[in-house]
Design a protein around this ligand. Structure first.
Ligand code: R5P
Length: 289
């Protein structure tokens, strides 16, 4: 078995190769002068079971993913498991208005064309996996978030909305602390409203745990609520740190600590989901046998 490192998931690929105790294959991925992508595997994979890792951000990473799938097949790999640690376009998982694409499905259809199995982490909605006709596994990032938070001495875990309650609960259980949730209403792509709630957080260190931080709007509103309730500190920890536009600047000075996993690699990447993906690989291999 070998792990092939997409250029947008180098750190995670290294960690995954370590967790699986297999060889890492680096990739040369650079743009041609016209902006099109060139890819080349820097080691052979003939006859190997390949775990190809590439996230979906920015958009050009998706093109690279498809090219790498082709390169791996072309090089004679025995099987290919595609790991997409952050499944972009997952939020457009239905046709909200006439004429729209179902983007999450479009991606699923194309990823599986050159793959025997598929793994992702904290996907926006489970029904996306239903669009894969190859064996697929979704790994929960919650254990990695909990492991990371162990070092931060958290008193309470808070979900910024009901949708994240199960995640906050799983993290809180691992930490042995209380958890609660807020009521969020999305006004538009950048604005959310969080209903004030009487939480017992005065003088406590609170971790806001979410799957994604994108514009930061959710974390900012949740933090305002926490600060109004007199918290000692707010840590915002997520699986997928998109940090769109000026999200980090907007959170700075308000949120005491921001961290994300390595499903999207950034300056805020503070922990890895590699061991969880390694478990997913074992699970998938059993299904593929
Ligand atoms: C929503 O369903 C997600 O769990 C996140 O809360 C959301 O994607 C965060 O987005 P933003 O940072 O733009 O508020």
């Amino acid at each position: 078995m070998k792990v092939v490192a997409g250029s947008r998931s180098r750190r995670l690929s290294r960690e995954l190769a370590r967790a699986l105790d297999v060889k890492l294959v680096e990739v040369d991925a650079h743009p041609f002068p016209d902006g099109e992508k060139y890819v080349r595997l820097l080691d052979g994979v003939e006859g190997d079971d390949v775990i190809l890792v590439q996230t979906t951000r920015p958009d050009e990473a998706i093109v690279e993913l498809f090219l790498l799938q082709d390169a791996v097949r072309e090089a004679g790999a025995r099987s290919v498991i595609t790991v997409v640690p952050y499944y972009g376009y997952g939020r457009q998982d239905k046709r909200f208005n006439e004429g729209e694409a179902i983007s999450a499905r479009a991606l699923a259809r194309r990823i599986q064309l050159d793959s025997d199995g598929f793994i992702t982490v904290d996907i926006h909605s489970e029904h996306i996996l239903g669009w894969f006709s190859i064996p697929s596994v979704e790994v929960s990032g919650a254990p990695a978030v909990a492991e990371y938070l162990k070092g931060l001495d958290v008193d309470v875990v808070v979900a910024p909305d009901r949708g994240s309650l199960h995640r906050a609960g799983a993290v809180a259980e691992k930490l042995g602390v209380e958890f609660d949730f807020l009521e969020k209403r999305r006004i538009d792509e950048r604005t959310v409203e969080i209903t004030p709630k009487d939480l017992d957080v005065e003088g406590k260190k609170v971790a806001i745990v979410d799957d994604i931080i994108s514009t930061g709007g959710t974390v900012i509103e949740a933090t305002r609520q926490m600060k109004a309730a007199g918290v000692a500190a707010v840590y915002a920890v997520c699986t997928h740190g998109i940090f769109a536009a000026n999200a980090l600047e907007r959170m700075a000075g308000l949120v005491d600590w921001v961290a994300s996993s390595d499903t999207i690699e950034s300056e805020k990447t503070a922990f890895t989901v590699a061991d969880l993906i390694a478990e997913g690989v074992s699970l998938l291999q059993e299904q593929l046998r």
